[in-house]
Design a protein. Structure first.
Length: 82
């Protein structure tokens, strides 16, 4: 068995949010990710770019710690915030 998400946050010093807040942020990230892939499927480049930024911001709020159900298939390291 691996380390829990809360354990990863504690190790990173990022355990400032409640479990409910973290679950809400993860759900929002999944929703944004779904919208991003839908926009990509119908070639809405500017929408994809905006959703990339939104997803990056939500993942930053999660502390850039892997959360169950979220992956990083598009590489957010190259996304710059304004």
């Amino acid at each position: 068995m691996g380390i829990s998400f809360e354990g990863k946050l504690a190790e990173a010093g990022l355990n400032e949010r409640s479990d409910e807040d973290l679950d809400e942020l993860a759900a929002l990230a999944r929703l944004i990710s779904f919208a991003r892939y839908a926009a990509q499927d119908i070639n809405l480049a500017s929408a994809v770019d905006c959703l990339d930024l939104a997803l990056h911001a939500v993942k930053r709020e999660l502390g850039d710690v892997p959360y169950e159900g979220l992956s990083d298939p598009i590489g957010y390291a190259g996304v710059s915030s304004h």
